[in-house]
Design a protein around this ligand. Structure first.
Ligand SMILES: *Cc1c(COP(=O)(O)O)cnc(C)c1O
Length: 392
């Protein structure tokens, strides 16, 4: 008889389990790159670009050094500058706003929907001015933003739509994958993303051949051909080692996505069977969306969120808050003139959300430990009164 494995803690992220499962495939391709001594760009990068384009259903893909650069390069390619504005939501990783700022343009924030945490399309139109050049919807946590109304508004005003798909490779909207839902899309290969490299990396996808060529030139100092510089770009080349690793991992991505979705379903059943589904806000998947669960983010009333995290930390259960400070309240953006109260949905999400461990390899026993510890906290400490009716 086998002895059931009893976990004594659950890390927020566990990359080792995944590496161990593909080590035998990774080592030969890494060795090949080492033997070639060709480390920057080259055939591995070109192959990865073709494979990612095909995976998304986009005509072109351009590799670059990070997800941040994958946001910056398309903005540079439309010659964004100090007279321009770009609309996005403030409840995101810093890079979304930072890349707009880097071009000299002004980030203009629009609040999120409280249930998906993505930009609220109904609020976009009011933020458009004659200076607006682009909209950056973020597919937060692995679920696409509501792209039909966003595209409709963008088309009517002649705006570029740049998908921040850093957390959403493989996600789909009405049957179409992230990467083909706007003008251009940015992916990140940061190790914690669904397709993560062994370091930094990024990719831009688009159907527009002119835009693709311009971004490919901008990532190599605006150079084309060698030593002829048409404009000042970046050094944002992708490493061959990263591309080789990512090509191996891409073959597993759909299986890992399936596993992430199973983990999410199992969380939902466990929350329900503990009677917690009423008092914890669980992630929703909108009809027509295919969520890839880069994160499984739940919501509890503000005052107890940090106490709950401490309770879980004390039991060696890792959690994270994505993101505790919305961009409109970041010190570096204070000159934009926003203040607390401007985006109540983003501010509430920043106070109330917590990300639980999720990765393809997460076991049911580990999930039971997480939900059991939450039950203990919510039952014994935070909401005992809510349970008295049910206890019988
Ligand atoms: C990770 C991330 C980025 C930036 O990607 P890097 O590869 O870390 O530069 C941008 N936007 C979002 C929403 C992200 O999660």
């Amino acid at each position: 008889m086998s002895v059931a494995y009893e976990p004594t803690g659950v890390p927020a992220l566990n990359l080792r389990a995944q590496y161990q499962s593909i080590r035998d495939e990774i080592e030969p391709v890494v060795r090949q790159v080492l033997e070639s001594q060709g480390f920057v760009m080259g055939p591995e990068v070109s192959h990865l670009e073709a494979e990612i384009a095909e995976y998304c259903g986009a005509a072109h893909a351009v590799g670059c050094a990070s997800g941040t650069d994958a946001l910056l390069l398309p903005l540079m390619a439309i010659d964004l500058g100090p007279d321009d504005e770009v609309i996005t939501s403030p409840y995101t990783f810093f890079a979304t706003g930072g890349s707009i700022w880097r071009t000299g343009a002004r980030p203009v924030f629009v609040d999120i929907e409280p249930d998906t945490y993505n930009i609220d399309p109904a609020r976009i139109e009011a933020a458009i001015t004659p200076r607006t050049k682009a909209i950056i919807p973020i597919h937060l946590y692995g679920q696409t933003a509501d792209m039909d109304p966003i595209r409709e508004i963008a088309d009517r005003h002649g705006l570029m739509v740049l998908e921040d798909a850093a957390q959403a490779i493989g996600a789909a909207y009405q049957g179409r994958r992230a990467g083909t839902l706007g003008t251009v899309a940015a992916f990140s290969f940061y190790p914690s993303k669904n397709l993560g490299g062994f370091g930094d990396g990024g990719m831009i996808a688009t159907d527009d051949p002119v835009l693709a060529r311009r971004m490919a030139r901008l990532r190599v100092h605006g150079m084309e051909p060698k030593y002829h510089h048409h404009e000042v770009g970046l050094n944002s080349r992708l490493d061959a080692l990263q591309a080789a690793v990512l090509r191996v991992k891409l073959r597993h991505l759909d299986d890992w996505t399936t596993a992430r979705r199973e983990v999410a379903d199992r969380y939902r059943s466990l929350f329900a069977s503990h009677g917690l589904d009423e008092m914890v806000g669980l992630p929703i998947e909108r009809p027509g969306n295919f969520h890839v669960y880069n994160q499984f983010v739940i919501r509890v009333p503000g005052p107890i969120r940090d106490e709950l995290r401490q309770h879980l930390t004390d039991r060696k259960i890792g959690t994270e808050v994505y993101y505790p400070i919305p961009l409109h309240l970041q010190t570096c953006f204070s000159s934009l003139g926003y203040q607390y109260g401007d985006f109540p949905q983003s501010e509430a999400a920043a106070r109330e959300t917590v990300a639980l461990p999720i990765y393809p390899e997460l076991s049911e026993a580990e999930q039971r430990l997480v939900v059991g510890a939450m039950h203990q906290f919510l039952h014994d400490r935070a909401y005992p009164s809510l349970f008295t009716d049910r206890a019988a």
